[in-house]
Write a protein of this length. Structure first.
Length: 157
């Protein structure tokens, strides 16, 4: 059995705690993007700091914290917030041969924002249409949702 949930759906919910206690299988708690415990756990989503309450519900639970952007001090803080004692820390380099970062400079300060996005979208979408499934997986960072919509319009209109 797998239970995928955000902390607000589980922490402090007696019915969920009762269900978890009734299960005879092993319990694993995986916290993806564990740095959010530090980033969001103060004001925005303080319940992130309460995830360790699950240890009281299921003392046998094993915890796994994952993050690609946490500092050494952050690792220490996360293990404390999750109640992890003597955790095994596995660190790998974020550098991957199959991932690259390409920054396209804006055509010029006097060029409109629309023209700047056109410059990016038209090049990428033109190449994508030519190469189709041979085009590499690509993420385009946009400053706001309106520019994501604009990119969609450029591609499909």
């Amino acid at each position: 059995m797998f239970l995928f949930a955000h902390p607000e759906a589980v922490i402090g919910k007696p019915e969920v705690y009762k269900f978890l206690q009734s299960q005879s299988t092993y319990m694993y708690v995986a916290v993806d993007e564990a740095h959010c415990i530090l980033d969001w756990g103060h004001e925005f989503r303080p319940i992130f700091r309460d995830i360790k309450q699950l240890r009281a519900v299921r003392p046998d639970a094993r915890f796994l914290a994952l993050s690609g952007t946490v500092s050494i001090n952050g690792i220490s803080d996360i293990t404390k917030f999750l109640g992890m004692e003597n955790p095994q820390i596995i660190k790998t380099s974020p550098l991957r041969s199959n991932i690259s970062l390409i920054v396209l400079p804006r055509p010029g300060r006097k060029v409109s924002t629309h023209a700047s996005y056109d410059y990016v979208f038209e090049n990428i979408f033109g190449d994508l249409k030519k190469r189709k499934e041979n085009y590499p997986v690509t993420l385009i960072y946009c400053v706001g949702i309106n520019w994501v919509g604009y990119g969609y319009e450029v591609e499909y209109m």
